[in-house]
Design a protein around this ligand. Sequence first.
Ligand code: 0L1
Ligand code: MG
Length: 259
Amino acid sequence: MTDFDALAARLDEAARTAGAVPQLTREGPLSLADAYAVQRALVALRTARGDVPVGVKLGFTSKAKAAQMGVFDVVAGVVTARMRIADGAGPDFPLIHPRIEPEIAFRLDADVDPAAPAADLTSAVGAVAPALEIIDSRYRDFSFTLEDVVADNTSAAGFAIGPWRGFAAASDGLDLGNLGVVLEVDGVPAQTGSTAAILGHPLRALAATKRMAAAYGLPLPAGSVILAGAATAAVPLAAGSVVEATVTGLGRVTVQRPS
Ligand code: 0L1
Ligand code: MG
């Protein structure tokens, strides 16, 4: 399959109309490199409508999720300005069968050239925050192969970020590698976990982000947000529900999906 623009248009239409589509790989094989090419074409359709990439997200950062999919590396997607939801607000874009998961977000305060061997993402990080990511596969039954989900921009749909905290102070005062995480739905704990579920330590997500950005041409200018990966399993985001993530020492962030 080589018509990346046509495949991307199908996924874009699915997102805009909230109508799930069959997996692309049902029609024929798609290599991982081709899947990232579809993802680039998909993001280009968004930017052609005035949306703007604002960062990178990682997926499959938890051993459990990676093992479930039989994959041995993380995947990367692009998050855009129109995916961003203010803390406490809700998504104002169509969703098919959304799920939500608690994450850690980093903010870059300096430009990073991912292709420069000496570039160090950690030294460019200026702030860290609790985050919620909404994932919404454009495929029927939320079911896909690794290549399908990469083409679908790793199910990226929305995200909210809680209060930013200076990275230097947070690293000094907190063990970012093992902070307790609680995900509440309508005030009831639905998932508990630790930031250790993110590649063993969320700082590892920075090196992984640089590697993926270099491999797949993802830019990392100052101001970029990096969603490091989920600290617990994702839960369904039902209409009318209020979801809150609390990360010990970092704070909380809330998403409220309208009915
Ligand atoms: O953010 C994520 O971990 C999602 C990666 C893609 C797999 C999924 O949609 O569950
Ligand atoms: Mg995620």
